[in-house]
Ligand binder design. Sequence first.
Ligand code: MN
Length: 500
Amino acid sequence: MADRVVQSYKVLVGLEIHVQLATATKMFTSVANASGAAKPGDVPAEPNSAVDPVILGLPGVLPVMNKRAVEFAIKAGLALGCKIAKHTKWDRKSYYYPDLPKNYQISQYDLPLCYEGHYEMQTEEGPHAVRIRRAHLEEDAGKLLHEAPGGYKIDYSIVDLNRAGTPLLEIVTEPDFQTPKQISQFAAELQKIVQFLGVSEGQMQMGHMRFEPNINVHITAGDGRIYKTAITEIKNLNSFSVLERATAYEIQRQLNEWLETGSLGKKSTYGWDEPTESTFHQRDKEEADDYRYFPDPDLVPVEVSESWLMELKAQIGELPGVRKKRYVEALGLSTADATTLAGDRETGNFYEVALQGAKDPKRVSNLIINVLATLANKKAQPVHKLGIAPANVTAVANLIDQNEISASSALPLFEKALDQGADASLTMEQLAKDLGLIQSSDTGPVDAAIDALIAQNPKSLQDYKAGKQSAMGSLIGIVMKSGKGFNPKIVSERLKEKLK
Ligand code: MN
């Protein structure tokens, strides 16, 4: 015991993620995908209502591949920088469990649809690269319930097959994470990506994303020798917080086990127990051979043509990360503003349209983030559904840039536009006029006001002439107050001119 000292250690964590795809129908049959397409607040489907002979594994049925699920998987793979297989196939993974009526799961074994990906995260410590080993498609199993719906106690288990056959994308990373924080950040970014792509609802509480970290530690002992703990996998974590805490716990547990017993542990799976905030041993791990993988004779292989791939790339368009980078580098937005606009596809698209014909990208960004977002919050609507057209944002941005209205007039102007409803005949400029927000650029009334001011305020005037520059501000203020809708820029110019 005394000679076991941790001099240093290196953590290696790889992540497996199962993402339920939000297709309308299941992976290999036309029955509704009740689980993957469910949104929070939806009424759950009656148990065992989203089933058919294929899901039940009845004799004589044949599975048919859901093309949309393959497209969703390819889109996610592309977003993770993966290569897409030109040729792939389906394999049977055999095992017995009551939630799997066929006694095998259709999955992909040696030819995953997506492979060798590369994804870069921006962390507080700088860029962090994550290699994606593979992302393959498979079908989900049903659910075993140990309590009847409604919370009734039963002394047996019952099965609900609504989830069985839901398309799942299983993503496997290389062991490229060193801290629990990196893992939860990746998980959160992956959620954003699948939601942006529209391939999954990505709702944690609905079980749309399930995480399984594979963890081990390379310990450098006091004598300089390196001890590698056996890899353990924590099953079925479905929140970012649990993912982070469970990983941290398991790293420490492996270190402690070696320190206390000298054991490096056994390759095994663990579960997470939230009440005690600890992992617990479930079972030692099977080797792949136990599953007797073999190609499914009922399904034809999948060929991914170059033209199909191009079509899907075009549908993806610009990814959030790329868009964000462009906003910062080409348009000069702050990282925070670029993140807000690019993080959501609809908001980003709204911004793109509003940019057309606008002079200043930052002005347009400010209007969306500071003004429209305020209104959107009030109305509990996303910006693009607020009822204000992007062209109206362009118009207001240009009115401000041309000094026709002040920046603070944008909020009342948009509020008025919303009140007017869909009356497209009123331009923003006309609305601004109706509201008296247009600043006059006619110098006549400004000059008259300045002359009156000079006559009435000899003190400020003397101060300014004596070199007190701060007096200018109060002079402008006095002129602005004396008339309606003066343009502060013009007032300032005329004042300086007259006081020369
Ligand atoms: Mn799987």
